[in-house]
Design a protein around this ligand. Structure first.
Ligand code: SAH
Length: 248
């Protein structure tokens, strides 16, 4: 019987892998990986490592969760080192918790290896600190996958009014409704918004807007992107400029 490692691969840049993740990817007998995993990371695997794609395309499941669970169980019985590789951190909107629970219920030995989450790292690399003395002393990470028009929301939208910085993941499709809802619960329509596409990769692109504009005519953004709402977005101009000045 092997061991399953539920591993976070970080936000994209291969150098943002943890040392633990790096070592496990190098020694894995099988890697079951998601859609946002960089090929460069997979190329670290040993030549005889089996690579199994179990990604989900745009909400529609290419491989259903139950099927993934079954595969994990099967590989745990046939291989020694089974790596379940997920983007960012496995426990941040990654279904890592569900998979860990499934393994525990089936008496499969497993270990969770946390990863650098895109929720924090993508804004950071784009020059946006989520907290900043005097500007932001709280942040929340929220799924943007849920349409705010849904009758019974799992999100307490009212409570989001009091949090300084909001980070939405999987929010591209619903960005307009999210901005509308935030204005509705009382956030300042002029509050700046940043969308960072493909953060920490060579294709990184940042789009700056504000809540009102996003609620009326949202700018073009393509997934994967992180949406940041809050005053800290303004720091990007200064921080990015400083970084560029240092580089010149
Ligand atoms: N477990 C992951 C998040 C999974 S949900 C983590 O901790 O990072 C997938 C969402 O993460 C995407 O829809 C997008 O909002 C965000 N995301 C992941 N990688 C990203 C990247 N390189 N750039 C921008 N957003 C990213």
């Amino acid at each position: 019987m092997g061991k399953v490692y539920i591993v976070g691969a970080g936000p994209g840049d291969v150098e943002l892998l943890t040392l633990k993740a790096y070592k496990l990817i190098k020694s894995a007998d099988v890697i079951l990986y998601d859609r946002l995993i960089n090929q460069e990371i997979l190329s670290l695997a040993k030549p005889d490592c089996e690579l199994v794609y179990v990604g989900k395309e745009d909400g529609k499941h290419t491989v259903e969760q139950e099927k993934i669970n079954e595969l994990l169980l099967r590989y745990a019985h046939t291989k020694d080192i089974v790596v379940r590789l997920k983007g960012g951190d496995p426990f941040v909107f990654g279904r890592g918790g569900e998979e860990a629970l499934f393994l525990a219920q089936h008496s499969v030995e497993f270990e969770v290896v946390p990863g650098v989450s895109s929720a924090i790292a993508v804004p950071a690399c784009a020059g946006i600190p989520l907290t900043f003395r005097g500007l932001s002393s709280s942040f929340a990470v929220i799924t943007g996958h849920e349409d705010p028009r849904k009758e019974r929301s799992d999100i307490d939208w009212e409570s989001l009014k009091g949090i300084n910085t909001l980070v939405f993941l999987m929010a591209v499709k619903n960005r307009r409704e999210i901005a509308k809802k935030l204005i509705e619960v009382g956030r300042n329509p002029k509050e700046p918004v940043a969308f960072i596409e493909r953060g920490t990769t060579h294709e990184e692109r940042t789009v700056i807007s504000n809540l009102l504009e996003v609620s009326q005519s949202p700018p073009e953004v393509s997934p994967p992107a992180v949406m940041v709402v809050g005053k800290v977005v303004k720091l990007r101009e200064i921080l990015k400029k400083t970084i560029e000045e240092v580089l010149v």
